[in-house]
Design a protein around this ligand. Structure first.
Ligand SMILES: Cc1cc2nc3c(=O)[nH]c(=O)nc-3n(C[C@H](O)[C@H](O)[C@H](O)COP(=O)(O)O)c2cc1C
Length: 221
């Protein structure tokens, strides 16, 4: 989906609706609004102390990028339910509100959308998780930007070797589906790892939506 198409289908108004009050407010224990990022220190995998625990044998890491907090909230539910570690991806430099303004053709996201070479230059404060080898399941979450994964996630995927890991992608968006976003990331991983598309959460969300989706996954652990 290109920028014009996204704007044309009313992505803006849908986002206002989603972010304006019927979004993830029912997810427990979460504050609303603001930049992503209270629970997991920048780029640091933090252990989740509660939850229903990962199935025997498997250690799970939930890695996510979130510009405005929605994907973060989903990631936190996944980590809690799986007893997983969680790591937030933080671009360096991080995006300001002005940077994220896709209505402004000269904003950072608009320029990066129009010129793929700019996306390749994006760096993360930390791209390689601590104890990467210890994880056999990795959830990767991101907002959909113009129909694909928000590009800060690319740098994480390119920086790590997914050999032997099962990978599940998930996203949040105003209205778009997961689309090809997961497949494109799997390609960036050089065909390493066993990737499966998860889902894209749109509209009103709840803990139950996330936990029901988790139950529907066919995971090896
Ligand atoms: C630059 C940009 C592009 C976006 N493109 C889309 C899109 O193509 N389709 C869509 O449904 N939502 C789009 N959105 C909305 C976000 O995907 C949505 O608000 C998401 O839930 C935000 O997640 P976050 O709070 O974790 O950043 C876009 C948002 C931004 C900032």
């Amino acid at each position: 989906m290109n920028r014009r198409e996204f704007l044309r289908i009313g992505g803006m108004s849908m986002m206002a609706l989603v972010l304006g009050g019927c979004g993830l407010s029912s997810l427990t224990g979460e504050s609303s609004g603001g930049q992503a990022g209270s629970s997991a220190a920048a780029g640091t995998a933090a252990s989740s102390s509660s939850g229903t625990a990962a199935a025997a044998g498997g250690k799970t890491l939930v890695v996510y990028y979130s510009a405005t907090g929605r994907t973060e909230r989903v990631a936190e539910v996944i980590a809690r339910e799986r007893g997983a570690d969680i790591m937030k991806l933080v671009p360096s430099p991080d995006y300001t509100e002005a940077d994220l303004d896709y209505n402004d053709a000269s904003s950072r996201v608009s320029r990066e959308h129009d010129d793929a070479s700019l996306r390749e230059k994006i760096q993360l404060q930390k791209a390689v998780p601590d104890n990467w080898a210890s994880y056999d399941t990795v959830f990767i979450g991101y907002p959909i930007w113009w129909g694909i994964a928000a590009w800060p996630v690319d740098a994480f995927v390119k920086a790590n070797d997914f050999s032997g890991k099962q990978v599940v992608t998930f996203a949040t968006a105003a209205s778009s589906p997961l689309g090809n976003s997961g497949k494109l990331l799997a390609e960036m991983a050089g065909g390493k790892g066993s990737w499966q598309d998860g889902t894209c959460f749109t509209g009103s969300l709840s803990d139950a939506k996330v936990t029901d989706w988790l139950k529907s996954l066919k995971l090896s652990n």
